[in-house]
Design a protein around this ligand. Structure first.
Ligand code: F6P
Length: 368
C-alpha cells in the first residue's frame, strides 16, 4: 500500500534578498505541481512575513506565465521576517517574540500540505526550524553569493558574476585611457565566490576575497611593477568582505531589526585611498551594489532555477520533507536542511580557481 499522503495544496515563498531566477523557480514549482499532480499552489507574500501575517495569493497557470525572464520576485520578499524572532515595537523598544505557532495555525487553516521555501542560508535555517515544529517544508537554494552549504551552485550566482564581469570590462576602458588604478567592489558577504568568478572573467589584475587577508605592500608592488612594464593601469576586484592583514571588516550599516544585522560595504573607498597614498597613482573605486542582483537572469540561471523548481515539486509529492534541492557535480540531488542551515560555504584555500588565478599571474593580494 502506498503510504504517501495525497498532496492537494502547496505554499511557495521567497525569503531574503531578491535574486535573479526567483520567478523562474516560482514558475517551475507551480507549473510542475499543476500539470503533473493537479495540485493547487498559493504564494505567500513577502517571504516569511506573509506566513506570519497570512498574506497570500493563488498561483494558477496564468499567474506564473511570462515571468521566466523577470528579475526580482513576483511574490515580494523580506530579509527581516523570522517567525522565531518576530520584531514588535513596544514602548519605543524592539521586542523579539516567537510567532511560529501562528504560522502553523495559518498553514493548517489554509489546508496547505507543504511549503516550498526559496531562499539563502537564513531562510533555510528558518525552514529547518519550522520543519522541526511539524511543518512539511522543502528548500530551494538562492543567493548571488553562492555561499550555501550542500550545493555547488545557487541560482542567481551566474547572473551576478556576469553583471560584475561586464562592469569590470567597462571599468577597463577608463582605467586604460586615464592610466588609473581602478577598484571594483563586489558583493558576496563573507564568501569570495562572486569576486573570484567576476575577477577571473573580467581579467582583474588583483582579486581580493574575504578568505585571504590582503597585504597593502603586495598590492603596491603589483601596481608599481605593472606601471614600470608600461601597463599604466591596474584593475582590482575587491570583495565587500575583504580585510587587510589583521584588519576588520568594513561595515556599511547595522540593521537592528534584521536577523542578519551587518551590511558590508565601503572597503574599496578605504583601500583606494591607501593605494593612492602608497603609489602616488590616481586610484578610484566603484561599488557595484545592488546592480549585481537586478535584472534578468542568465540562461544558465533560468535553466538551473527551472531544474530546482521541478525537483522541489517532486520532493513535495514524494513526501520527502526537510530536504533542499541542490546541484552536485552537475546533477540535481537533495540534501538535508540540517546540514545546510547556519553554515557558510567559503572559498577553500586549495580551490582550483585560486590556483588558476595564480598560474595566470593574478595576484590575490598576499605573498605566495
Ligand atoms: O546575500 C545577498 C547580498 O546581496 C549580499 O551579497 C550582500 O552583502 C547583501 O545581500 C546586501 O543586503 P541588502 O540588500 O539588505 O543590503
Amino acid at each position: 500500500m502506498n503510504s504517501i499522503k495525497t498532496i492537494r495544496r502547496v505554499g511557495v515563498l521567497t525569503g531574503g534578498g531578491d535574486c535573479p531566477g526567483l520567478n523562474a523557480v516560482i514558475r517551475a514549482v507551480t507549473k510542475a505541481l499543476i500539470l503533473n499532480h493537479d495540485v493547487d499552489v498559493i504564494g505567500f507574500e513577502d517571504g516569511y512575513e506573509g506566513l506570519i501575517e497570512n498574506r497570500y495569493r493563488e498561483l494558477d497557470w496564468n499567474a506564473v506565465s511570462g515571468i521566466l525572464q523577470q528579475g526580482g520576485t513576483i511574490l515580494g520578499t523580506s530579509n527581516k521576517a523570522d517567525p522565531f524572532n518576530h520584531i514588535i515595537h513596544q514602548d519605543d523598544k524592539l521586542l523579539r517574540i516567537d510567532v511560529s505557532d501562528r504560522v502553523l495555525q495559518n498553514v493548517a487553516a489554509l489546508n496547505i500540505d507543504a511549503v516550498v521555501c526559496i531562499g539563502g542560508d537564513g531562510s533555510m535555517t528558518i525552514a529547518r526550524k519550522l520543519m522541526d515544529k511539524g511543518l512539511p517544508v522543502v528548500g530551494v537554494p538562492k543567493t548571488i553569493d553562492n555561499d550555501l552549504f550542500g550545493t555547488d551552485y545557487t541560482f542567481g550566482y551566474d547572473t551576478a558574476v556576469s553583471i560584475a564581469a561586464e562592469a569590470i570590462d567597462r571599468i577597463h576602458t577608463t582605467a586604460q585611457s586615464h592610466h588609473r588604478v581602478m577598484l571594483v567592489e563586489i558583493m558576496g558577504r563573507y564568501a569570495g565566490w562572486l569576486t573570484l568568478g567576476a575577477g577571473l572573467a573580467g581579467g582583474a589584475d588583483v582579486i581580493l576575497i574575504p578568505e585571504i587577508e590582503y597585504d597593502l605592500n603586495v598590492i603596491q608592488k603589483i601596481v608599481e611593477q605593472r606601471s614600470k612594464r608600461g601597463r599604466r593601469f591596474s584593475i582590482i576586484a575587491v570583495a565587500e568582505g575583504a580585510k587587510s592583514l589583521g584588519g576588520e571588516l568594513t561595515v556599511q550599516r547595522v540593521i537592528h531589526d534584521s536577523p542578519d544585522k551587518i551590511r558590508l560595504g565601503g572597503i574599496s573607498i578605504k583601500l583606494s585611498a591607501d593605494i593612492e597614498t602608497a603609489t602616488n597613482l590616481e586610484t578610484r573605486a566603484t561599488i557595484l551594489g545592488h546592480l549585481q542582483r537586478g535584472g534578468t537572469p542568465t540562461a544558465f540561471d533560468r535553466i538551473l532555477a527551472t531544474r530546482y523548481g521541478v525537483a522541489a515539486a517532486d520532493l513535495v509529492v514524494q513526501g520527502r520533507y526537510g530536504r533542499m534541492v541542490a546541484l552536485q557535480g552537475g546533477r540535481i540531488v537533495d540534501v538535508s536542511l540540517e546540514e545546510v542551515g547556519g553554515r557558510t560555504r567559503t572559498v577553500g584555500l586549495d580551490h582550483e580557481l585560486l590556483h588558476v588565478a595564480r598560474r595566470t599571474g593574478v595576484s590575490l593580494g598576499a605573498s605566495a
